[in-house]
Write a protein that binds this ligand. Structure first.
Ligand code: C5P
Length: 235
C-alpha cells in the first residue's frame, strides 16, 4: 500500500451500527484494508458488551468505543475504569456532562488500562451532536474549553464546526462524523460533509457509517473514502 493510502487508512473509522456481531466482524474484515479503526457504538455494545470489542479487535483493527458516557462524575469514573481494561483506542463522553465528569472519565480510563496492562485509550469529548441544528456557537466553544481543561485528548464535532473548533482546539485530535459521499443520502444527519472536505477542514479522524455499511459493496465504498482522504491529504 502506498504511503498516502496508509495515511488515509489511519484517518477513517467505520461505524459498525448493526445488531449482529458476526455481521459487524465481517464488515470490519472486509473494509480493514482501507479503514484503520472500527467504531463499536451503543447498538453493538448494548447487544454484545465487551465480547463485541474482543471479536472486532481480533480482525486486527483498532477499536473506537462510542458509548458517550454521561452521568455523575463518580459513576462515569467507575464505568471508565472497567472500559479502560478492554484495550480500546478511543472512548467517547458527552462534553455536556461537564468538566468534573470528563475528568472522571480520563482518570478512570487511565486507571483501568493500568490495571489490565493495556494501552491508554484517548477520551474524545462529544461537543454537539451532528443531528443538532439548534445549539449556539457559544456552547461549542464552552465545551471545547471544558474538555481541554478536563484532559480529554480529542473532540468529536460536526464538519461545519471545524472552522470554530480547529483554531481553539490547538493540538487536540478532532473526530468528525456525518460523512457522506458527494450526492449521497444524508439520513438523520443534519450537518454533513464529504471525506475530502472534512479532512481539508482539519479533521484527524472521519467516522463513516451508512455511507460504507449501507453500500452494496462496503469494501469498494471504504476504498473510495480512503482515495478521497488521500487526495485531500496530498493537497
Ligand atoms: O451512518 P452515519 O455515518 O451517519 O453514522 C455516524 C456515526 O457517528 C453513528 O454511529 C453516530 O452514533 C456517530 N456520531 C454522530 N455524531 C456525533 C457523535 C457520534 O453521528 N456527534
Amino acid at each position: 500500500m502506498s504511503h498516502e493510502r496508509e495515511a488515509a487508512r489511519s484517518r477513517i473509522a467505520v461505524a459498525l451500527d448493526v445488531p449482529d456481531l458476526d455481521q459487524a466482524a465481517e464488515i470490519a474484515a472486509a473494509v480493514s484494508p482501507h479503514v484503520g479503526v472500527a467504531k463499536v457504538g451503543l447498538q453493538l455494545f448494548s447487544a454484545h458488551g465487551p465480547a463485541a470489542v474482543n471479536k472486532i479487535r481480533a480482525t486486527g483493527i483498532n477499536i473506537f468505543l462510542d458509548v458517550k458516557l454521561h452521568d455523575i462524575p463518580n459513576t462515569v469514573r467507575s464505568a471508565a475504569v472497567e472500559l479502560g481494561k478492554l484495550g480500546v483506542q478511543y472512548l467517547t463522553v458527552h462534553a455536556s456532562g461537564g468538566e468534573p465528569m470528563m475528568r472522571g472519565a480520563v482518570e478512570g480510563l487511565a486507571h483501568g488500562a493500568e490495571l489490565a496492562g493495556v494501552g491508554l485509550p484517548m477520551v474524545l469529548a462529544v461537543t454537539i451532536l451532528t443531528s443538532d441544528t439548534e445549539a449556539p456557537q457559544s456552547l461549542l466553544v464552552d465545551r471545547v474549553e471544558a474538555a481541554g481543561a478536563a484532559g480529554c485528548g480529542g473532540l468529536v464535532c460536526a464538519a461545519p464546526d471545524l472552522d470554530v473548533v480547529r483554531p481553539i482546539a490547538q493540538d487536540r485530535f478532532l473526530v468528525t462524523p456525518g460523512i457522506r459521499f458527494h450526492g449521497g443520502e444524508a439520513h438523520d444527519q443534519a450537518r454533513v460533509a464529504t471525506p475530502g472536505a472534512a479532512v481539508g477542514g482539519g479533521a484527524d479522524l472521519l467516522v463513516i457509517g451508512r455511507a460504507i455499511t449501507g453500500a452494496t459493496d462496503p469494501a469498494a465504498a471504504a476504498s473510495r473514502a480512503a482515495k478521497e482522504v488521500a487526495q485531500a491529504l496530498g493537497q
